[in-house]
Design a protein around this ligand. Structure first.
Ligand SMILES: [Zn+2]
Length: 252
C-alpha cells in the first residue's frame, strides 16, 4: 500500500470512529490527491470506521471534471463515466456518488486531502434556520485559526452532480471574497466538507467545526450567541503567531 493511501486510510478510520459521531453506516467520504492526473476516493457504500485498502479506488481527474462542464444526460450515463474514470478498470468497487465534488475541490481549490462527514453536532445546526448564521459567523479565536474567517455555505440541492455544481459556485464566491480557498464548506440539510493539505489538518478542522457547533447550539439555548467582530476575526486570522500555530496544526 502506498504512503498516500495508508494516510488516507488512517484518516478515514479516525473520522469514522463511532464515538466521534461524525458518520454512521456508509455515510461520508474522503479523498486525497495521488498526482497531477489522479486521486484516491472512498468507494461507494463503504463504512468509514473499518474501511480496508480495497475500500478505496483510484480515479482519473479528467473524465470526472469533464462531467461538470458537460453533464451527461442521466444517472446511467454518469455511472458509465465514473466506471471508465477508474485507473484500474478491473477493481470491483465504484467511486462514491460524490466523486465530482471531490475531484473539483482537489483540482481547483488546492486541497490535497478532503474529508466529508455528516457530524451529528454540525447537522443539528445545518438542519435548522440558523445554518447560514453558523457558517458566516465566528465565536472564538481557535475557530478562526483552524476553520478560517468564515465557512462557505451551500443551500440544499440534490446529491451528485447538482450538488458538485452548487459547491463549486459557493467555493468560487468564497475564494473571490477571501483571496483563498475555504477550509470548511457547510451543506444545508446534509453535512460538512473539510479541505486540507494533510490528513491531520482535515482531522483538526473537522474536530474544531464540531466543537464550534456544540458551542453555537449551547449559546443559542442560553440566549443569543455573541459573535466576534469582522475586525477581530481578521486580526486573529492574520496574526503572525497564529499563522505559526496554524502551520503546526497542518503537520502530520
Ligand atoms: Zn454526504
Amino acid at each position: 500500500m502506498s504512503d498516500t493511501l495508508s494516510a488516507l486510510l488512517d484518516m478515514t478510520r479516525t473520522l469514522g470512529k463511532p464515538e466521534m459521531e461524525y458518520v454512521i453506516i456508509g455515510e461520508g467520504n474522503t479523498s486525497c490527491r495521488i498526482d497531477e492526473d489522479s486521486f484516491w476516493i472512498k468507494a461507494s457504500g463503504q463504512g468509514m470506521h473499518m474501511i480496508a485498502p480495497e475500500g478505496f479506488v483510484a480515479v482519473r481527474f479528467a473524465p470526472i471534471l469533464e462531467m461538470l462542464e458537460r453533464p451527461p444526460g442521466d444517472l446511467a450515463a454518469q455511472k458509465a463515466v465514473m466506471q471508465a474514470a477508474k485507473v484500474d478498470p478491473s477493481v470491483p468497487v465504484v467511486p462514491s456518488v460524490e466523486v465530482t465534488f471531490h475531484a473539483m475541490l482537489l483540482a481547483e481549490f488546492g486541497a490535497q486531502v478532503i474529508g466529508h462527514t455528516h457530524a451529528l453536532a454540525v447537522n443539528r445546526i445545518l438542519c435548522s434556520s440558523r445554518a447560514q448564521q453558523f457558517a458566516t459567523q465566528r465565536m472564538y479565536p481557535d475557530e478562526v485559526v483552524l476553520c478560517g474567517p468564515q465557512s462557505a455555505f451551500v443551500p440544499y440541492v440534490d446529491p451528485g452532480l447538482p450538488l458538485a455544481l452548487a459547491i463549486r459556485d459557493s467555493a468560487r464566491r468564497y475564494a473571490d471574497e477571501h483571496n483563498e480557498a475555504p477550509k470548511v464548506i457547510l451543506l444545508a440539510n446534509h453535512g460538512l466538507i473539510v479541505l486540507g493539505q494533510t490528513p491531520t489538518e482535515v482531522l483538526n478542522i473537522t474536530a474544531m467545526t464540531v466543537k464550534a457547533a456544540h458551542i453555537f447550539a449551547g449559546a443559542c439555548a442560553i440566549g443569543e450567541p455573541v459573535f466576534m467582530s469582522r475586525e477581530d476575526i481578521q486580526h486573529i486570522y492574520k496574526r503572525p503567531d497564529e499563522i505559526y500555530r496554524r502551520k503546526q496544526f497542518v503537520q502530520r
